[in-house]
Ligand binder design. Structure first.
Ligand SMILES: NC(=O)c1ccc[n+]([C@@H]2O[C@H](COP(=O)([O-])OP(=O)(O)OC[C@H]3O[C@@H](n4cnc5c(N)ncnc54)[C@H](OP(=O)(O)O)[C@@H]3O)[C@@H](O)[C@H]2O)c1
Length: 302
């Protein structure tokens, strides 16, 4: 099969689309023919040499931790999945390829009407947003500030917070303000003077903040939110330790992914695809994500 292989630590130029052996599903695993797989900032960080906790891999290896596709082969004891089932799934690496194997418990059924590009880029950013809002205990009566509201994580966070009954203020550049309004957030520009602009946009006060942007978002958040237990970042772990707010790593489960799929089915979750590129253009996909200004997601298609 073809796969996007990281040949060394460095920029997008270390990526090569190569022929590698087809993976075989082991006990409890399912093999999926991948149709679409999202690219995330963490893929770029791993390409450059960063290793999240629990990952010790060295080049050459294949990136990609979310995907959607069709069940292609079953390992022993892999439960009720059938060859031909359309699924959405996640794992730590290996999904930027034509075939991926995964634990059968890390798959959920893809709704028939969900476009492949959206399905393939839901399970990472979506579950990150879900994890953070869960830990923050967001609910009716809250006014939530979402930093980086137009990105892959922020797009889902805004809509989840709205679905949970909260009012949402979201930060993005002017270019994305109409988009944020469509998602249900009051848009505010980031940068110098942010706290003042948020106060003007939410005179009732902000009760929780979710940082999916870094770059000073936590400093503004502690000015605005009284309870530091109700401030979370998935980006700025150093700032979280310094300011005594929550540092959140995504906790991905099939149950969490199912909730996101249900929200999509109910019409409450718009998944924005900035660009869908064929596997062969993975380096270009990495360069786009690397700009830090993608609206929604960049996704590879196979
Ligand atoms: N801890 C975890 O488990 C975990 C899991 C997943 C993701 N993450 C992290 O979460 C962050 C968000 O990821 P993402 O996939 O949504 O992509 P991203 O590339 O970080 O976000 C892109 C968005 O950020 C906005 N943006 C850029 N600079 C900003 C600023 N100073 N303030 C507010 N918004 C700004 C951009 O809007 P404009 O174009 O309008 O500027 C763009 O829409 C990344 O840092 C990622 O590494 C962490």
């Amino acid at each position: 099969m073809k796969a996007v292989t990281v040949t060394g630590s460095g920029g997008p130029e270390v990526l090569r689309v190569t022929e590698v052996p087809d993976p075989e599903p082991g006990p409890g695993e399912v093999r999926v023919r991948v149709y679409a797989a999202g690219v995330q900032p963490v893929d770029l960080a791993i390409r450059e040499g960063f290793r999240p906790p629990g990952l010790t891999v060295e080049p050459p290896f294949v990136l990609g931790n979310e995907f959607a596709g069709v069940v292609d082969r079953l390992g022993p004891d892999s439960g009720d999945w059938k060859v031909g089932d359309e699924v959405i799934g996640f794992r730590l690496l290996d999904s930027h390829a034509e075939l991926v194997t995964t634990d059968a418990a890390q798959l959920v059924a893809k709704p028939a009407g969900m476009p492949w590009e959206q399905a393939g880029s839901l399970s990472a950013s979506g579950q990150t947003a879900h994890t953070a809002l869960d830990l923050l205990g967001v609910g009716p009566g809250d006014t939530v500030l979402v930093h980086g509201a137009s990105g892959g994580v922020g797009t889902v966070a805004v809509q989840l917070a709205r679905a949970l009954g909260a009012t949402v203020v979201g930060t993005a550049s002017e270019r994305n303000h109409a988009y944020l309004r469509e998602l249900g957030a009051v848009p505010v520009a980031y940068g110098e003077g942010l706290a003042e602009r948020v106060r003007a946009a939410a005179p009732q006060g902000v009760t929780a903040a979710f940082d999916a942007a870094g770059r000073g978002a936590l400093e503004a958040s502690v000015e605005l939110v009284a309870d530091r237990e109700r401030i979370a970042t998935v980006v700025d772990f150093e700032g979280a330790a310094r300011l005594g707010v929550r540092a959140v790593r995504t906790l991905r489960t099939a149950a969490r992914l199912t909730e996101l799929v249900r929200l999509w089915e109910a019409g409450g979750l718009r998944l924005e695809i900035a660009e869908a590129l064929p596997l062969e253009r993975a380096a270009e996909a990495h360069r786009l994500v690397g700009t830090g200004h993608v609206r929604g997601k960049v996704v590879l298609t196979m």
